[in-house]
Design a binder for this molecule. Structure first.
Ligand code: HEC
Length: 493
């Protein structure tokens, strides 16, 4: 599609947001579809020749890239000074322009202009920012006036905590992996939390601390970390401290390298009881391929204030189908579908597509009555498992009876760079050469009263009845009230 020509024919439309989204490439879940999002600076009233690193680009990199692209940040190169950034200008342009596709930077793949667009900790770039980057790179990546530079950000020496200093840090045992060797799966033991009272957890962030020098030239994520993932539970320690009391155990969101921290929705928490421990049941560790490495995981918890009681209950169950999938060799655009009926009023607080190497994309739809809503479509890159946390005022608020339709898109052609071998059939399974199709997202159950209250709150945020909240299908439905006894006896009200 030639976006430039459309804009030239209908110049006025370029001013309307609707025209901007009409230029977006259509994603079909195939690896061949890499069409970038391209924008002309002039459409945003920007003089392309005036765009400079100091004035326009450095602030974007500070906000969306430096958390990883700095010394000790985990990415292969630092992007904090003009000297560092300049030679990457073309790659920066390319990687940011694919936006919601495998390989995009920053790794956050929500398709814009479709479904819900309000997420917590969203590092993605706006159309305007992409226009700036594209104009700048095409124009020879000029530095501009260093006096225009924003104040440098003050990053911690180590990786730091993305969510800020936690209230409690619990460490796993130190594990050592040889430079080259087979992967290691299994239980790595229990670690007490040391809590002497019950605390409700507001967020949890997990980071790997290891002895790889922060300035080592490592070009792969697997070369920098040894923990691939960790599935863990918590519970109250039994009397002799050798296990967890059965009914107190609960599973936590998984740790996977590259996955963002978990912030539980307002009104929700997870309990870490007094005298509890984390049971690090299912770890997967691997060699870095270049040096013996010792590392451990730190679990950083932040708490709700003492005396806090959560308003909502977590809802079990998620979408997708981990088992009955049939992934054919050498075919792009294969789709998986799963349907789940919500048995209670539900607020979805996070969407977390989980596919394996052939995964390209996942969409989530809500089907209610005769309506079918696309809640979100997001790209997928198995090098980066991402979780999308809805902002409170935009979280899907779905009545009981809604059918959640999850659609996974996979590509097993050689064009998919994440795939080891495109010739094999694969089904569901735990190994990376087997497949998964799951939404690991989170949701809460609402009582009738909570559901009505939450809808009233959301209606109040809308300006008029022409405004539509895609995430709240019943927000404008006629208000529901119980039939009075009189009406019940006297026939139709
Ligand atoms: C969450 C961490 C993270 C963030 C945020 C991030 N990157 Fe990256 N970036 C990485 C890692 C890790 C790699 C190497 C692995 C890969 O390519 O996926 C990488 C690779 C790249 C590459 C490719 C390097 C090459 O060898 O070709 C470019 C270019 C890049 N990033 C630019 C950016 C820009 C620009 C931003 C912000 C708009 C950004 N990144 C945000 C972690 C990050």
């Amino acid at each position: 599609m030639n976006a430039g020509r459309i804009v030239a024919l209908v110049p006025l439309l370029a001013l309307l947001p609707i025209a901007a989204s009409a230029q977006y490439p259509v994603r079909d879940g195939t690896a061949a579809n890499m069409e970038p999002y391209t924008f002309a600076a002039a459409d945003f009233g920007i003089d392309a020749s005036s765009v400079t690193y100091s004035k326009d680009i450095a602030p974007i990199l500070q906000r969306s890239c430096e958390s990883c692209h700095r010394v000790g940040g985990g990415a292969p190169m630092s992007l904090t000074t003009y000297g560092e950034v300049r030679r990457w200008s073309q790659r920066i342009k390319e990687r940011t322009a694919i936006r919601d596709r495998m390989g995009a930077m920053p790794p956050f793949y929500v398709e814009p202009g479709l479904g819900i667009q309000h997420f917590k900790n969203d590092p993605s770039l706006s159309d305007h920012e992409l226009a700036l980057i594209q104009a700048w790179a095409d124009n020879g990546a000029p530095q501009g006036n260093p006096a225009d530079l924003p104040e440098p950000l003050d990053w911690p020496e180590d990786r730091g905590w993305a969510l800020g200093e936690p209230d409690l840090v619990v460490s796993s045992p130190l594990m050592t992996m040889p430079a080259v060797g087979p992967d290691r799966w299994g239980d790595i033991g229990m670690v007490p939390t040391g809590l002497t009272e019950d605390r409700w957890v507001k967020s949890v962030e997990i980071r790997e601390i290891n002895d790889i020098p922060t300035d080592a030239e490592v070009t792969t994520v697997g070369g920098r970390y040894i923990f691939h993932h960790m599935t863990y539970t918590s519970g109250v320690l039994n009397e002799d401290g050798t296990g967890l009391v059965g009914e107190s155990t609960q599973g936590w969101p998984i740790h996977e390298v590259g996955r963002n921290a978990d912030v539980f929705a307002n009104g929700l928490g997870m309990l870490l009881p007094a005298n509890s421990a984390l049971s690090l049941r299912a770890s997967h560790l691997h060699s870095t391929g270049w040096r013996e490495t010792s590392g451990r995981l730190e679990f950083g918890f932040t708490f709700h204030p003492e005396g806090y009681e959560p308003r909502y209950r977590r809802s079990g169950g998620s979408g997708g189908d981990g088992i009955n999938i049939d992934v054919r060799p050498g075919i792009g655009g294969q789709e998986f579908h799963s349907y789940r009926v919500l048995e209670e009023h539900t607020m979805i607080t996070a969407f977390e597509p989980h596919l394996h190497a052939p995964g390209m994309r996942m969409c989530l739809e809500a089907i209610w009555g005769i309506n079918r809503f696309t809640l979100n479509c997001v790209g997928y890159d198995h090098n980066w498992v991402k979780q999308y946390l809805y902002e409170e005022d935009h979280a899907p608020l779905l009545p009981k009876g809604t059918i959640l339709h999850t659609i996974g898109f996979v590509d097993t052609t050689p064009e998919n760079p994440n795939l080891a071998d495109s010739r094999n059939w694969a089904g569901g399974g735990r190994r990376s050469v087997a497949n998964m199709f799951i939404d690991l997202g989170q949701s809460v159950r609402l009582t009738e009263e909570q559901f009505q209250e939450e809808m009233a709150r959301r209606r109040a945020l809308m300006k008029d009845r022409n405004e539509y909240d895609i995430a709240c299908p019943l927000c404008w439905a006629p208000e529901f009230r119980a039939v009075t006894e009189e009406e019940d006896q006297g026939g139709a009200p």
